[in-house]
Design a protein around this ligand. Structure first.
Ligand SMILES: NC(=O)c1ccc[n+]([C@@H]2O[C@H](COP(=O)([O-])OP(=O)(O)OC[C@H]3O[C@@H](n4cnc5c(N)ncnc54)[C@H](OP(=O)(O)O)[C@@H]3O)[C@@H](O)[C@H]2O)c1
Length: 248
């Protein structure tokens, strides 16, 4: 049976690059996200085949339907789940409404909880599996005006460790990545014109010990390492890929 990976947030940024990287390494990719056109663009770049699983991860019946479709396939054996989808909201403490916190919770944490809960019995039944959760350097070291996002990303690290303990006896590995600032559409600077973006990025670059912000491919390779058998004795780890910014 061909090996497969499920990736949330695969229509853009880190998730799209991760899908393409797994594809290069022989994995069939289940691409999850809302934007069907962008998912289709990513699918054509996945060399080993891909299936579009479009849905809003906060729409629980729609998500459960997609999970059911993936789990019932007899063509592929899902070996890896990448919980990558996320939203990033910058707001002051006073601006942090219940609604905003709830949205951060639903997308950034509960989508991973729901998928992990569904895949644990599948992985147990199939002799193991690997889960990679996409946290953030802000989950280790927050900045001002990112409280909801940073709290969810910190929770993701703790959730990773708890699941690693529970999954170990069943050969289920659970790890996290904590990226620093990576050039993707999640950042408001990507909505700026070319010269304004260049100026914004040039201010961020010196904040990184390695002197520049990161690329999606640099994160994709780390997710691949943790998801695949290349890291067969690693579980419960959080790998920072951040140009060193967490140390500053
Ligand atoms: N870029 C960074 O600097 C950075 C740093 C640390 C951590 N991260 C984390 O990396 C992950 C990927 O972010 P990115 O930077 O690649 O951002 P991005 O390009 O904006 O991608 C975000 C992805 O999440 C999906 N998504 C958002 N809300 C969704 C929903 N309700 N239902 C289904 N899918 C949803 C989006 O898909 P649709 O639009 O198609 O729904 C998109 O594919 C996130 O967890 C983010 O927190 C990013």
């Amino acid at each position: 049976m061909k090996k497969a990976v499920v990736i949330t947030g695969a229509s853009s940024g880190i998730g799209a690059a991760t899908a393409i990287h797994f594809g290069k390494n022989g994995y069939f990719v289940y691409l999850m996200g809302r934007n069907k056109d962008r998912l289709a663009e990513v699918a054509v770049q996945c060399r080993s085949g891909a299936s579009l699983m479009s849905c809003d991860l906060t729409d629980v019946p729609a998500l459960n339907k997609r999970i059911g479709e993936i789990l019932s396939t007899n063509i592929h054996r899902v070996e890896v789940l990448v919980n990558n989808a996320g939203i990033f909201d910058v707001h002051s403490t006073e601006q942090g409404t219940d609604e905003l916190w709830q949205k951060e919770f639903d997308v950034n944490l509960m989508s991973a909880v729901r998928l992990t809960r569904a895949f644990f019995p599948y992985f147990k039944q199939h002799g193991g599996g690997s889960i990679v959760n996409v946290s953030s350097s802000l989950g280790l070291k927050p900045t001002a005006a990112t409280s909801a996002y940073s709290a969810m990303k910190a929770a993701m690290i703790n959730y990773t460790q708890s699941n690693a303990l529970e999954g170990g006896p069943f050969n289920i590995r659970v790890n996290a990545v904590a990226p620093g600032i990576v050039d993707t559409p999640i950042h408001p600077f990507n909505a700026l014109g070319e010269s304004e973006k260049k100026e914004a990025v040039s201010k961020m670059n010196p904040m990184q010990p390695l002197g520049r912000i990161g690329t999606v491919e640099e994160i994709a390779k780390a997710i691949y390492f943790l998801g695949s058998q290349e890291s067969s004795w690693t579980t419960g780890a959080t790998l920072t890929i951040d140009g060193g910014i967490t140390l500053t």
